[in-house]
Design a protein around this ligand. Structure first.
Ligand SMILES: NC(=O)c1ccc[n+]([C@@H]2O[C@H](COP(=O)([O-])OP(=O)(O)OC[C@H]3O[C@@H](n4cnc5c(N)ncnc54)[C@H](O)[C@@H]3O)[C@@H](O)[C@H]2O)c1
Length: 358
């Protein structure tokens, strides 16, 4: 019997459109090769900056209700220079993440064959680690405000608070420990800035120590975020699962993908682990206005995100097959410009599809 997975696609802006199209082509090819075992029913939503310019909102007011009907959401990137980023981000991506309680953001840092890393160490050592980002509160809780603009130039003030709940911190820390148990290197690194921020992060550290007692088989370390930035560069072989707040893991994961060779390679899953809402899969990168429309964007981040989506849908073998096809493609030198090649987005897509076949 064939299973049809209903996937909402939201390409949104810039290269988001190019990489989501690539992902759809690859997923369709996988379904075609499944001999009727499974299929994807894609429903594309036109939300994004152009939609905002036409309708005054980033997504349809009933959009969240529509999205609930799908098994998963496949997202491109949102943001364009002519609308302020906080409007586009909060209006679409964060609106979905927060209302669907996608509290765990998984961002693997993968070093692919054929892609040169700026790290000399990557030539000698096998490197791969996962950033686990608290994805619902912390510094992106949206709590604060602006006032006193009436005082005139220089008189306004703004407060941006970070929210750390015991519940929110504990669930993401437990998630990180559970993930570490599935890996060869069973280790969790806890990242905070608890020396300078003495409330939220001190509580986070205490929760980490408490949860760690339930996982005696998992090694732990506590590292301040600034030291962790250095460790990503100097001792990445020591990392397996890195758990951090919304802002810290956002920044660290971009550093990780740059070390792996390009922001265009990095994948991500915004998970609602309880499955009360659909989870959302997207490349880490943004809309890349500097290269959008040229057909040269790297689709690997979006394709690796599709592999994470397959895994989430219960298609673990297909996820592995897609990951292998990605590695064969980069390993054979079919690379976009950002990783030193000359291939177009379409050429990389075609090569990945061809590499699925074996
Ligand atoms: N998840 C998201 O939707 C998301 C994430 C980050 C930024 N943004 C938005 O994207 C817009 C641009 O932001 P930015 O310039 O800071 O970040 P960006 O990720 O769009 O681009 C940073 C650099 O990486 C390159 N790059 C990004 N993706 C690439 C790809 N697939 N292939 C090759 N090169 C790639 C770009 O060309 C650029 O030089 C802003 O509006 C920002 O708010 C959205």
């Amino acid at each position: 019997m064939s299973t049809t997975y209903s996937i909402a696609t939201i390409p949104a802006d810039g290269v988001g459109k190019e990489v989501v199209a690539s992902g759809r082509a690859v997923l369709d090819a996988l379904a075609e090769g499944s001999q009727g075992a499974f299929d994807f029913d894609f429903v594309e939503y036109p939300w994004g900056t152009e939609y905002y310019q036409e309708h005054g909102v980033m997504m349809d007011p009933d959009g969240l209700e529509d999205l609930k009907k799908h098994d998963a959401i496949y997202f491109g990137a949102v943001g364009w220079p002519d609308v302020p980023d906080h409007i586009t981000l909060w209006g679409l991506r964060l609106n979905i993440c927060q209302n669907f309680d996608q509290w765990a953001n998984i961002r693997p840092v993968q070093f692919l064959p054929g892609v040169q890393s700026p790290l000399r160490k990557a030539d000698e050592v096998e490197l791969d680690w996962i950033c686990v980002r608290e994805n619902s509160e912390g510094e992106y809780a949206g709590i604060g405000g602006r006032n006193f603009s009436g005082r005139g130039p220089g008189g306004e003030f703004a407060v941006q608070s970070a929210l750390f709940s015991e519940f929110g911190s504990e669930r993401i820390i437990r998630f990180a420990f559970d993930l570490a148990r599935t890996r060869t290197n069973k280790k969790v690194s806890c990242v905070t800035k608890s020396n300078a921020q003495q409330y939220g992060f001190v509580m986070w550290d205490e929760i980490f120590a408490r949860v760690a007692k339930d996982y005696p088989d998992v090694a732990t370390e506590k590292v301040l975020v600034d030291a962790m930035a250095a460790k990503f560069v100097l001792h990445p072989e020591d990392l397996s699962v890195v758990v951090a707040s919304n802002l810290h893991a956002d920044i660290l994961s971009d550093l990780g993908s740059a070390l792996a060779g390009s922001l265009g390679l990095a994948s991500s899953a915004n998970l609602n682990p309880e499955r009360r809402f659909p989870s959302m899969f997207e490349p880490v990168h943004g809309s890349a206005p500097d290269i959008a429309g040229q057909g040269v964007s790297n689709p690997i981040g979006a394709l690796a995100s599709a592999a994470l989506m397959l895994d989430h849908l219960g298609l673990a073998d297909e996820a592995k097959r897609l990951q292998l096809a990605i590695e064969r493609t980069t390993g054979s030198g079919v690379l976009t410009r950002d990783v030193g090649g000359t291939a177009t987005t379409d050429e990389v897509t075609a090569a990945v599809i061809a590499n699925l076949a074996d």
